[in-house]
Design a protein around this ligand. Structure first.
Ligand code: UDP
Ligand code: MG
Length: 243
């Protein structure tokens, strides 16, 4: 994935937004509260994925008093992976942190992830005590088990958006719809080191989840088979001599 060659900041926070009107003000407040403590140069990139509830207007009003905020606004809805891809493309940080816009992730966990990036390239949040309806928790457990088994992987919670990446992790990623669920696997295939950390998770207070069993579990099965194939067919060789 081509990212901007300009990486003059330490940290880029990248947040996909799809109809999250009531979450944006408290999220920005909480993020700022946590980020100032880190004493790092950072930016917050909101990628509006075609919201129809006025979310971009709220981001624009936040930007008036917070110059660290950037807004990328899609004309239509293209999905979470597209929103991430657009954010990564313009991000200027050496480290990228991703999280949801719905206040279910905790910005206070960001330092935990950053600490781990000193020794790892990718750090995945693991929503150990997940605060979602039981149907979703069960679907996610099954989804993670199937994904781990078919792709010979051991990532406990691939759906947790709270992750940190060294920007180089994206250099050789070919963007595709649904890719965000496979970042750790795709990056391991590139030789990057992946860690997991337990993070907190809150119930969604405002707005609605954009996923259900049909559009999450079944859609990602196709992607899983492609990843499984790609992993099996990966070219690996040891060179003993090269003149
Ligand atoms: N999202 C997005 N585009 C979409 C669907 C979701 O940008 O087409 C964003 C959404 O606004 C949220 C994040 O992706 O910030 C995760 O979505 P959601 O909270 O609905 O997923 P869940 O937590 O229920 O798995
Ligand atoms: Mg959510």
């Amino acid at each position: 994935m081509q990212t901007t060659p300009n990486h003059d900041l330490e940290l880029s926070i990248i947040i996909p937004v799809y109809n999250e009107r009531d979450n944006l003000v408290p999220l920005e407040r909480k993020l700022e509260e946590e980020l100032v403590k880190l004493h790092l140069d950072y930016e917050i990139i909101f990628v509006d994925d075609g919201s129809v509830d006025g979310s971009p207007h709220i981001i624009k009003s936040l930007r008036k008093y917070n110059p660290k905020i950037k807004l990328i606004q899609f004309k239509n809805n293209h999905g979470q992976s597209a929103a991430f891809a657009a954010g990564f493309k313009v991000a200027r940080g050496k480290i990228f942190v991703t999280l949801d816009a719905d206040m279910q992730n905790n910005p206070a966990d960001i330092p935990l992830l950053l600490e781990k990036t000193e020794h790892y390239d990718v750090v995945c949040g693991w929503r150990f005590k997940r605060n979602d309806p039981w149907v979703k928790r069960v679907a996610s457990k099954i989804g993670n088990a199937v994904r781990n088994s078919l792709s010979q992987e051991e990532i406990a919670d691939t759906g947790c958006s709270l992750k940190a990446f060294r920007r180089e992790c994206f250099d050789n990623i070919k963007p595709f719809k649904g890719m965000h669920r496979f970042f750790p696997t795709l990056m391991k295939m590139e030789g990057f080191k992946v860690a997991q950390v337990k993070v907190s998770h809150f119930p969604r207070l405002y707005g609605k989840s954009k996923y259900n069993i049909r559009n999450r579990l079944f859609a990602s099965l196709h992607d899983l088979m492609a990843i499984r194939w790609m992993k099996k067919r990966q070219i690996n060789y040891d060179i003993i001599q090269e003149d």
